[in-house]
Design a protein around this ligand. Structure first.
Ligand SMILES: [Zn+2]
Length: 469
């Protein structure tokens, strides 16, 4: 939604907001589920039954297409290849990938235009903003094939969970993610909106509190979702509330993503909603996707989507079972090829294969995403993931961290980068204020570096306020 539409939305009555959400989804559908989506969808239904050799052959063939295109049409890679005296003939398959250096977030930030294929006009390039879990934003570009393939891979994940995406004429889904769909100062239900196009009940992640939760469950009982889809921390809060009342709310499946799913969260969600959790990991840069099948033995890498590698601090490949940084290569994005893009996410490939028989290898959970939940003075509980949105358009910060010492005071620590201005501080305060509400004071503090926890892990959100639930 653009700024103007967002203002109209804010001023509209609830029924008008429901209509706008439905209309907006109709537009999105064209971009996501039009074009080659159906072709990719049936392709993926077949490829998950391939042999290992067939999958290897497919990856090598797609990689050669991407490499050839990058060499001929993308100035950044031409230079990279020339400097190393390499030609596309040197990269015949994924075993040759380590001949190429890693592509860092900084590389993308500094060479955005040189990374764009000369076959696509700047205006035709689709862009997405990521904040990752380090609070360091980045913009990447991609083409329409990449969007269709991404949604086809996502659609397959839903099928593994025994459900159909509602946009495909399928199941009713209750969604608890980071969209600001209900005004913050609203004190009474409805704390949800309806998207009829996608058969969705969108639950606000900003009004969860002991007082409001009964109304949420009344709405859920009315709506009768087949699936509940959201951040692990949010579904956990819903599940924990149910458990505290000795209640259950059975659904067919819970789908989680965007944060590390801890075992204790999974247990509570599965018990409270009487279903299994199907977690997935999707890199916003659209080069890696992995998700659990019904055996829950790890996350299957969607190898048709991209090539995933795990490397150590020097950039060398590590053995299966060893934790390192996740590196992704898109097999579809020709508009802005990401070749050996190194993420901030730590994981390991899992030795052995899944008992389901699919050739897709298994990946461990991504583990850098340990985050806390904020507890606000009025009892509302805020998942860290919903706070990433205000940071997404800010390319000029090197890092950020959110610290809550008392319920009414939240401090944003920022490591400013080139181009950072006071106006961006104002933007952050306003956008965070719009999510946290009037009762919370937001400070912005400039720092040289961010705090790491005792075990050396980075936590984006640190809250010292006990969970009031
Ligand atoms: Zn499996």
């Amino acid at each position: 939604m653009n700024k103007h539409a967002a203002t109209v939305y804010r001023l509209a009555p609830v029924w008008g907001q429901n209509l706008m959400l439905t209309g907006f989804s109709t537009l999105l559908d064209r971009e996501r589920y039009g074009g080659r989506f159906a072709e990719f969808q049936s392709f993926l239904a077949g490829s998950e039954h391939w042999t290992r050799a067939e999958m290897d052959a497919y990856q090598d063939e797609r990689l050669r297409v991407v490499i050839q295109h990058a060499y001929e049409q993308v100035p950044f890679y031409r230079k990279r290849f020339d400097e190393r005296r390499l030609t596309p003939a040197d990269i015949r398959g994924r075993q040759d990938l380590p001949k190429l250096p890693l592509l860092t977030r900084d590389d993308i930030r500094r060479n955005f235009d040189d990374l764009r294929s000369r076959t696509i006009a700047p205006r035709a390039l689709k862009t997405g903003h990521t904040s990752g879990t380090t609070g360091t934003p980045l913009t990447v570009g991609y083409d329409r094939d990449t969007i269709w393939m991404t949604y086809a891979v996502f659609d397959r994940h839903y099928r593994w969970a025994g459900c159909r995406l509602a946009s495909q004429g399928g199941d009713r889904i209750a969604v608890a993610r980071g969209n600001v769909i209900v005004p913050l100062d609203q004190k009474r239900p409805p704390f949800w909106r309806r998207n009829r196009r996608h058969h969705q009940l969108l639950l606000s992640s900003f009004h969860l509190s002991k007082d409001n939760l009964p109304a949420y469950f009344d709405a859920l009982a009315d709506f009768q979702p087949a699936v509940i889809d959201g951040y692990p921390s949010t579904l956990y809060l819903l599940g924990r509330y149910l458990k505290s009342r000795g209640q259950r709310f059975p659904v067919r499946a819970a789908v989680t993503s965007s944060e590390t799913l801890y075992d204790w969260q999974r247990e509570t969600i599965e018990e409270a909603f009487a279903c299994r959790v199907f977690d997935y990991y999707a890199l916003a840069e659209r080069a890696v996707f992995s998700g659990e099948c019904d055996r829950h033995e790890g996350h299957h890498l969607a190898e048709e989507y991209g090539i995933s590698e795990v490397v150590d601090g020097e950039g060398a490949l590590v053995a299966s079972g060893t934790v390192g940084r996740l590196v992704g290569t898109s097999l579809h994005n020709l508009a802005m090829p990401l070749i050996r893009y190194v993420t901030n996410d730590m994981t390991a490939l899992r030795p052995g294969s899944c008992s389901c028989g699919r050739p897709l290898p298994l990946m461990e959970d991504v583990t850098t995403k340990a985050e806390d939940v904020l507890t606000l003075p009025d009892g509302r509980l805020i998942s860290p993931s919903v706070l990433t949105h205000p940071f997404k358009p800010l390319d000029s910060i090197e890092g950020s961290q959110i610290v809550q010492l008392t319920p009414d005071r939240v401090t944003v620590r920022l490591v400013p980068g080139p181009g950072y201005t006071e106006a961006l501080t104002q933007h952050l305060r306003a956008e965070l204020g719009a999510r946290l509400g009037d009762g919370v004071h937001v400070d912005v503090e400039m720092v040289d570096k961010l705090e790491m926890s005792a075990n050396g892990k980075f936590k984006w959100v640190i809250s010292k306020v006990p969970l009031g639930l």
